[in-house]
Design a protein. Structure first.
Length: 238
């Protein structure tokens, strides 16, 4: 099985996803928020690129969620903090979500046979799901400000580690994937510190959002795997 890691959404072209399983990694914070919301019982997440698209897609009963440059969008019901997406707020609700990079990455990878969403909090489950789908894998790091984000590289490395631990020793990794696996292994005991020290983490700390970093640094606390079905993310059932 061939596994490729793409450093940021700006480096991704749709042709790279054909006939493959895509795993979109946005640790801080869209991927973590999506996993949390669906695990809490949200009906579905509809990822869109722009605020105007989000408002146009909203139907009666839907919640609007998202951020721009780490801040909640004015007039939206929810921001992009995982803790906002608890069961009492999102159960049985459809959520229209737009974020700076994460939802763009989901749109960019939509040509793949399967599109999964990963965070640290569901890495093992997502790795097993990707292996079970029996396609070559492209891991897309969403990034920050159109560039590579360390926390997403750490997440990609964790996914590769979990894929190896699940029994797939014959993974054929591209050079960047090898680098991210090495990065994860060198920092595996320091998830929180790694997330906090990157550009995204520093931005969140300045905004007083340390709790978001702590929530997103939790590893393998969920067995839930979001998968894109048409225009919406739902939980993978197998």
């Amino acid at each position: 099985m061939q596994v490729e890691v793409i450093s940021s959404v700006n480096e991704a072209s749709q042709a790279r996803f054909h006939h493959k399983t895509a795993i979109v990694v946005d640790v801080l914070r869209a991927g973590s928020t999506i996993v949390t919301a669906l695990a809490a019982g949200a009906e579905a997440i509809v990822p869109v690129e722009t605020v105007m698209e989000a408002k146009a897609a909203q139907m009666a009963g839907d919640l609007l969620g998202g951020e721009r440059f780490c801040r909640k969008i004015s007039g939206f019901d929810l921001g992009n903090s995982p803790d906002e997406y608890e069961a009492s707020a999102v159960r049985a609700r459809r959520i229209i979500l737009t974020t700076t990079n994460g939802t763009r990455a989901l749109q960019k990878s939509a040509r793949a046979d399967y599109v999964l969403t990963a965070a640290l909090m569901n890495a093992a489950a997502c790795a097993r799901a990707a292996l079970s789908l029996r396609r070559d894998v492209v891991i897309l790091c969403a990034g920050y400000n159109d560039a590579f984000a360390a926390e997403d590289g750490f997440g990609a490395g964790l996914l590769l580690e979990r894929m190896t631990q699940a029994g797939m020793n014959a993974l054929e990794l591209d050079d960047f994937a090898l680098a991210m696996l090495g990065f994860y292994r060198s920092r595996s005991a320091y998830a929180l510190e790694t997330l906090a020290s990157g550009a995204t983490g520093k931005r969140l700390l300045k905004l007083g959002l340390q709790r978001d970093i702590e929530a997103c640094a939790e590893i393998d606390i969920y067995k839930d795997v979001p998968i894109l079905q048409g225009e919406k993310l739902v939980l993978l059932t197998r």
